[in-house]
Design a protein around this ligand. Structure first.
Ligand code: FES
Ligand code: FES
Length: 177
C-alpha cells in the first residue's frame, strides 16, 4: 500500500520549527523559531536587537559577530537553534549599569571607527580577544581581528582602541567586564 506523504507529514512532529532557550545579554528567552532561522535574524528580527549588523551575509566580513558562550561567531552563518541552551552576547550587552565596556570606551577615545558599520562586530571580537589574551601585542591584535573587515579606518585606530581597552581592563579591579 502506498504511503500518503501528506498524512505521514501531518502525523509527524513539525521538524521545521523548534522552541529554543537562550540567554541573550543576561535575559533568559524562550522562543519559537524556524529551523532555518539564522542567529542574526533571530537577534535583529525576533528580539529587535539591531545593533548586530549584516554585511556580506556570507561569513566573510564579520559585521554580524556575536559571542556564543564567549566564543565569537559569525551569526549570519549560525542557526538560532544552534544557540539553544547557550549564552549569547551582542553589542547591546556590553554596557552595564549605564557604564560603557572598556572596549566601547576605547573605540570612542581612539576614534576606532568612521561609518561604524563594522564596529559592533569588531567590538565583540575585541572583547573575546581580550578575554583570551589580556595583553596582546599589535600583531596579536591584528591577527585577532583578521576575520572582521573594515573598509573605512585602515585599522590603525581600531588597534589603538583595543590597546586602550586592554590598558583600562588591566587597571580595573577584578570582576569587571
Ligand atoms: S554578515 Fe556575517 S560575516 Fe558578513
Ligand atoms: S568604520 Fe566603516 S567599515 Fe569599519
Amino acid at each position: 500500500m502506498a504511503i500518503d506523504a501528506v498524512e505521514v507529514q501531518s502525523a509527524m512532529p513539525n521538524h521545521r520549527s523548534k522552541t529554543i532557550h537562550v540567554t541573550v545579554n543576561g535575559v533568559p528567552r524562550e522562543s519559537h523559531v524556524e529551523a532555518r532561522t539564522l542567529l542574526v535574524s533571530y537577534l535583529r528580527e525576533h528580539l529587535k536587537l539591531t545593533g548586530t549588523h549584516i554585511g556580506c551575509d556570507t561569513g566573510h566580513c564579520g559585521a554580524c559577530t556575536v559571542l556564543v558562550d564567549g566564543t565569537p561567531v559569525k551569526s549570519c552563518m549560525f542557526l538560532a537553534v544552534q544557540s539553544d541552551g547557550s549564552e549569547v552576547r551582542s553589542v547591546e550587552g556590553l554596557e552595564t549599569g549605564g557604564k560603557l565596556h572598556p572596549v566601547q570606551e576605547g573605540f570612542h577615545k581612539e576614534h576606532g571607527l568612521q561609518c561604524g558599520y563594522c564596529t559592533p562586530g569588531m567590538m565583540m571580537t575585541s572583547v573575546a580577544l581580550l578575554a583570551a589574551n589580556p595583553n596582546p601585542t599589535e600583531d596579536e591584535i591584528r591577527r585577532g581581528i583578521s576575520g572582521n573587515l573594515c573598509r573605512c579606518t585602515g585599522y590603525v585606530n581600531i588597534v589603538k582602541a583595543i590597546q586602550s581597552a586592554a590598558k583600562e581592563m588591566a587597571a580595573a579591579p577584578k570582576g569587571g567586564p
